[in-house]
Design a protein around this ligand. Sequence first.
Ligand code: HEC
Length: 179
Amino acid sequence: MPVKIVLTVVVCILVAVAGLFGFIYSGFYDVAALHPDKPWVAWALHKTSDRAIQVRLAGIEVPPGLDKPDIVQAGGRLFGANCIVCHSGPGLQPTAIAQGINPAPPNLFRANRHPRMDEMFWFIKNGVKMTGMPGFGKTHPDEDIWALCAFLRTAPGMSAQDFADKTGIRVLSSDKPAG
Ligand code: HEC
């Protein structure tokens, strides 16, 4: 390769690296959770996360028997103990934590949601960096994570009564008790 081309490539790389460090050290990028991301940043982050998860779903096999009521109930109890602080539930007010997190924790009880078992398993087991979603694979066996999935499969459109029966949670300590 002629020396000129090699030099041009090297200079371009150096300028790009200098630009990157300049951006990092300038403090220009706003990391405040309360300020929404620019649309192109939000798009890039969501796409990166979405693709990263889709290419990692292969090989996750949904075990049989997850519709058994005792497994759904066990998942409900685990949800009550670990998840409602962020994801809330029917009949509950969103906590201060849920309101302050960016990206906002998705509502898993929306009537038009179509939960995918393998995808939920991946999310719950691994968590997602820089979103607040913790990876429960560090502390919980796969069996518990599948129980959570079993419960969440019944979540779309769930009534407040059903939610309270399955999770054992009616009022959060941060809620004002009703009545
Ligand atoms: C500290 C807050 C927090 C806690 C606690 C938490 N989550 Fe999340 N969760 C999030 C956030 C934020 C996201 C969105 C992540 C993203 O944008 O990729 C999320 C995403 C998810 C998703 C993917 C939903 C979708 O369709 O995008 C599932 C499923 C989920 N959480 C289940 C759980 C379960 C089950 C628990 C408890 C065992 C739990 N989460 C605990 C914050 C939390």
